[in-house]
Design a protein around this ligand. Structure first.
Ligand code: FES
Length: 136
């Protein structure tokens, strides 16, 4: 077998095995990060817009509410754990699974089946970088 064939065979095996290894032994993510997680530069989330970032094993939603400023929540619905999104048109955080609606100002339930508010995250700034972290 020529060297180029061996190289191609080795590469092919690596391409096939890589996803299998990742599937069965995924990278370990902290359930909830023990420290602050950078979410971008100050001013990177314009008023009336939002950004979804990874926070440990969960997505986090950061919203810049025009009258309140930045707020952040774990973007996991408290009903059956669907991922919630902010709707700038309705002005609410919405769960697409069973029509749950949350108030973006404090994460409280407006209507629908969610039994509890969204988990709030603290926002801080260090230098010109924004961070989110679990509430203390
Ligand atoms: S999972 Fe969100 S309302 Fe049911």
């Amino acid at each position: 077998m020529k060297a180029t064939h061996r190289l191609l065979a080795t590469t092919g095996i690596g391409v096939l095995l890589g996803p299998l290894i990742t599937y069965f032994w995924p990278a370990r993510l902290e359930e909830t990060p023990s420290g602050p997680v950078a979410i971008g530069k100050e001013g990177s989330i314009p008023a009336a817009s939002s950004k979804t970032v990874q926070f440990g094993r969960h997505p986090a939603l950061v919203i810049n509410i025009e009258e309140k400023g930045l707020v952040s929540y774990i973007a996991v619905c408290t009903h059956f754990a669907c991922i919630v999104k902010w709707n700038p048109v309705s002005g609410m955080i919405e769960c697409p699974c069973h029509a749950g609606f949350f108030d973006p100002r404090d994460g409280s339930v407006i209507s629908g089946p969610p039994p509890a508010p969204l988990e709030k995250l603290d926002i801080s700034i260090d230098g010109d970088t924004l961070y989110i972290m679990s509430e203390v």
